[in-house]
Design a protein around this ligand. Sequence first.
Ligand code: PLP
Length: 435
Amino acid sequence: MVKYICRKPGKKSVRIILRDSKIISSSYSREYSFVFKRGKGMHLWDVDNRKYLDFAASVAVNSVGHCNNDVINAVKKQLNYGLHCAFPDFYAELPVLFVENLLKFVPKHLNNAFLSNSGTESVECALKLAKWHTNKKWLIAFNPCFHGRSMGSLSMTNSKPVQRERFAPFLPVRHVPYPYPYRSKFHDEDDLSNYCLKVLEKNVKDLRKDLAGIFFEPISGEGGYIVPPKSFVKGLKEICDKYNVLLCDDEVQSGCYRTGKFLAIENFNVKADIVCLSKAIGGGVPLGVTLANKKTMNWVPGSQSNTFGGNLLACAGGIATLNYIKKHRLGENAVKIGNYMLKRLNEMKEKYEIIGDVRGIGLMIGVEIVKNKHTKEYGIKERNNILCRANEKGLILIPAGKSVIRICPPLIINKRQADNGLDIFEDAVKDTIKK
Ligand SMILES: Cc1ncc(COP(=O)(O)O)c(C=O)c1O
């Protein structure tokens, strides 16, 4: 017997879910019994031809929309010349062109790139680079944080217990508190920043002789779409400078204009030493990038490499994605529509007892669901019910943190689509309250 999640799937979906349950690893935790058939722009269809509006962008990947013609045509064109060329072992122009393009979008000091295929690989490369460059072994990461699931990145990931259970021993990593304004005991955000910075500085001092880097998400993604106070990010950079520690910025989820700026850390006017990108950068084709200054990325041949880095289809997709994002000013759209959605969601917060907090920058928006605004008790059941009701009504949303709903639609979204999705979301909240 297969257990269905949320909306009862149609006949074709049921058959595929059954086949899947027999042979696919049980470690995947699916959000819905949604079986993908095709996508176009802001919409998805399942194999039973049910249509959905997508507020998840396949977890912040499809920023340029599903089946973007420019990306598809670039990949198709490349298919005529070659799929893979072993770029780590030989030379090719396309990966160089991709990186030349990418460097135009990021702060000038980031002028060297290592190419890979996923978020965890871009983080793995960043942590190896931090160790290699400093010849030190400790790392600092935050609580909560998510940096991936391979053993290096998992050593830092600290979001849900199940992600780490039974996988010890880990690399030497100290976890320090990430500022969570909504759940802080301090009334003033600066007091919260000062507290977190004090704990951080104490740990940096303890480890300073052997500390390679501090890994940081400018908005905590999987941890609950938590936006840290500006004073915290500024203080973090000051500590890195004071103790000469590398600031490693994980932009896997927040990067590529999701927050209006190419890198989310730019919203805080802070520059990082090493930057990790993936998810949206390939427009749906698997691609990971680690960026640093040439003086930081000074390791020797053989110290880091892979098989698929610089894959030709990925680079063709990456170039087309960057061109599309620029041509259609998706960063500006993220701010415009993001602000509009934040305004509507804040109005809902005033109306409904179970919406505890609304936060975000651009189109990286978190809505924290509580049982009661006063006690702020996590509304886990309520959150899950909203996700299911929304799904039944044709909207794809995904969870984050303990009781947060994340809203991260493709950056091509327009106001009408934003309104349609938010109307469904509001109905789902009303249904949940009635229950
Ligand atoms: C901030 C961040 N870093 C790293 C990762 C890992 O990326 P991947 O799943 O592609 O390995 C994720 C994935 O959600 C992420 O959100």
